[in-house]
Write a protein that binds this ligand. Structure first.
Ligand code: C5P
Length: 205
């Protein structure tokens, strides 16, 4: 069985950090699938059509530098609503997930659409205010001038779009382990996730 760990959840819930740490802990490669939509979003802001951008996406477009501006972030969640964009990105994600030894992928639809057979599924959430606070801190420390109120508004808008779109809406897979990170330290989240993964390993591997 392929050892895929699928991590989904809303914006700034802490899933990216968790995915990177789990990948390091289990020595697995990690793909932050949000980067694909962000890269397509940036290409659209530069003038390409969403579908063409998704079809032309190259691994070196996924360098995170410049992909976290508020404009790219909002554009990413708009292109993510489009069926042809999502379809063009499926193979890249599935190929990554199926590499020998396994992989960790985080996003919105990994456990439901991209890797429904994943060995372990985690759904990472946190209250919107907590997520906005975290994202605000990140943006400010990266030099972006933006108010907390604006970041909170962006979080609500993205949540709404991600949860209500027709294509691959953000939803927990029925067999996902839920992790609310609102009142947990990064270390505590990692500890719980490792327990969930090991639980799976001892149950089924
Ligand atoms: O995870 P991140 O915030 O970087 O994702 C940016 C946007 O890409 C999300 O708001 C979402 O609309 C979209 N996305 C998606 N499916 C994924 C990963 C990200 O729709 N698997």
């Amino acid at each position: 069985m392929q050892f895929t760990i699928a991590i989904d959840g809303p914006a700034a819930a802490g899933k990216g950090t968790l995915a990177a740490q789990l990948a390091a802990y289990f020595s697995l490669p990690h793909l932050d699938t949000g980067l694909l939509y962000r890269a397509v979003g940036r290409m659209v802001l530069e003038g390409q059509t969403p579908e063409t951008a998704a079809q032309r996406l190259q691994p070196n477009d996924l360098n995170p530098s410049g992909l976290y501006t508020p404009a790219v972030t909002q554009q990413a969640s708009r292109v993510a609503e489009l069926a042809p964009v999502r379809a063009a990105l499926v193979d890249f994600q599935r190929d990554f997930a199926s590499q020998t030894g396994g992989a960790v992928l985080d996003g919105r639809d990994i456990g439901t659409v991209i890797c429904p057979q994943a060995a372990v599924k985690l759904f990472v959430t946190a209250r919107p205010e907590v997520r906005a606070e975290r994202r605000h801190r990140e943006l400010i420390s990266g030099g972006t001038k933006i108010s907390y109120a604006q970041v909170l508004q962006d979080v609500y808008e993205r949540d709404y779009r991600d949860q209500n779109r027709v294509e691959a809406p953000l939803i927990a897979a029925p067999d996902a382990t839920m992790l609310d990170t609102s009142d947990l330290s990064i270390e505590a989240v990692l500890e719980r996730a490792i327990i969930a993964v090991k639980q799976f390993s001892s149950d089924r591997l």
